[in-house]
Every structure is written in C-alpha cells, then in structure tokens.
Design a protein around this ligand. Structure first.
Ligand code: PGA
Length: 248
C-alpha cells in the first residue's frame, strides 16, 4: 500500500502564507508523482483557497473536524456536505486537542467518523494515550477503547477509515515515540481492525506526534506504520516534502 502523509495545519495560516506554502510544496514536487499519497488538513475557511490551489495536483485536502450532525441549528459547526462542496477528501476526527479542549468523548468522535463516511469524506480517526496513561500501563486499553467506539459506529465500513495513532505526550513536544514504541501500538490497532474487517491491511494507520524530517524514515520503516499525520513540520514545505520522500 502507498503510504499517506497528511499535514495538520491546526489553527495556523493566512491567505498569503497558505499560498506561499502550497506553491513551495508544488514547486518542490516539480510535477513528479510524490513517493507517497499526500493531503493537507486546513482550517475550514481556507478550504476554497486550497481547492483552488491544489485542484489537479497530487495533493488532496481536508478539514480538521466535522460536525456529528447533518444540518440545522448547530451554530459554529461545519457539516460534511459543506466539506464535500469544497472537494474535501479527508476530515480529521477526535484529535486529542478536540478531546481535551472541546470535551469530545469517544461517542462524539465515533458519530463524527460515521457522519463523515456517510457523506463521502474519509475520517482520519485519532487515538492516543496521555503521558499519565502510558505511565500507568494503560496505553493499549486507551487506544483500543477509542478505536472500538468508532468501529462500533461505522461497522461494515471499518476498512474505509484512516486511523492515526498520536500519543498525546508526543504532540508538539519534540518527544517522538520511538519506532519500536509506535510499532507496538500500531500492531495492537491492526489486530483490532482485523477482528472487525476482512481487510485490515487496507486501513492506513498513521503515526503522529513530532514526526519530522529527521525521524520520519525510521518510523515509516515499521511494518504497521502506513504514513504520518504531521503538525508542525507540515508548515514548512521542505520538511513536509522530505517526510513524503522518506515514505518511499
Ligand atoms: P506535531 O502534531 O507533528 O506538531 O507533533 C501532530 C498532530 O497533532 O497531528
């Protein structure tokens, strides 16, 4: 399977900065087919801009969240149909920052994943343990609980999701899980997917958490690491392209 390298810009960017960043990425690719599939998950207001800049390029685009509701009186929410209107291929759901700062529970995350799939957008489902949970020996239990909620909700469509293992203690901290630590959790997730779908090998399981140009190759060389979800390093064209090339 081709690896998938997805950028998560988080709440960063401006019209001018986005244009410069995307143009630098496209220039860097120089019209060649990238070594892995690529996507950029950007703040919702910039989706039309990204659609314009990336149309016809090998880089897909997506959102960082999606409503669990279809439409109606949900002030501030963005529906999957709206994401589709702007050509989104992906929507991140259940990022730890949303779980932590916006109170998103496993049930809410699962509903978002289900809504995204039903609307034709691939959810990138984030799971991951906090430092306290890791130190208490609960890593496996936590990520399995988080993924189980999503599998329960999407049922026979499980092979169509993307999973991202993002240990909370590694996000934006410069502390990466070692390739062995990450692989261990990815293998657990793959086994869980295998019990739920006939095609667990079709599910991309991305690693995220301080993945950068220097450590990407060793992480991406692991058997069950099928790509990356990249925060900070996706804001620098050269670093992001280096990670994409490391996936080869
Ligand atoms: P980071 O973020 O690469 O900056 O650690 C990853 C993420 O939160 O998706």
């Amino acid at each position: 399977m081709r690896k998938l390298i997805a950028g998560n810009w988080k709440m960063n960017g401006s019209l001018a900065a986005n244009e410069a960043l995307v143009k630098a990425m496209l220039d860097g690719l120089g019209g060649k087919v990238p070594a892995s599939d690529m996507a950029l998950c950007v703040p919702a207001p910039y989706l039309p801009q990204l659609a314009g800049l990336l149309q016809g390029s090998p880089i897909a685009w997506g959102a960082q969240d999606v409503s669990s509701h279809e439409s109606g009186a949900y002030t501030g929410e963005v529906s999957v149909a709206m994401l589709k209107d702007f050509g989104c291929r992906y929507a991140i759901v259940g990022h730890s920052e949303r779980r932590q700062y916006h109170g998103e529970t496993d049930v809410v995350v699962a509903a978002k994943a289900q809504r995204a799939l039903a609307g034709g957008v691939t959810p990138i489902v984030c799971v991951g343990e906090t430092l306290a949970e890791r130190e208490a020996g609960q890593t496996e239990a936590v990520v399995k609980r988080q993924l189980a909620a999503v599998i329960h909700a999407v049922a026979h469509c499980t092979s169509e999701i993307v999973v991202a293992y993002e240990p909370v203690w590694a996000i934006g901290t410069g502390k990466t899980a070692s390739p062995e630590q990450a692989q261990q959790v990815h293998a657990v997730l793959r086994a869980q997917l295998a019990a739920a779908t006939q095609h667990p090998e079709r599910v991309h399981i991305l690693y995220g958490g301080s993945m950068n140009a220097a450590n990407a190759a060793s992480l991406l060389a692991q058997a069950d690491i099928d790509g990356g979800l990249i925060g900070g390093a996706s804001l620098k064209a050269a670093d992001f392209l280096h990670i994409v090339a490391s996936a080869a």
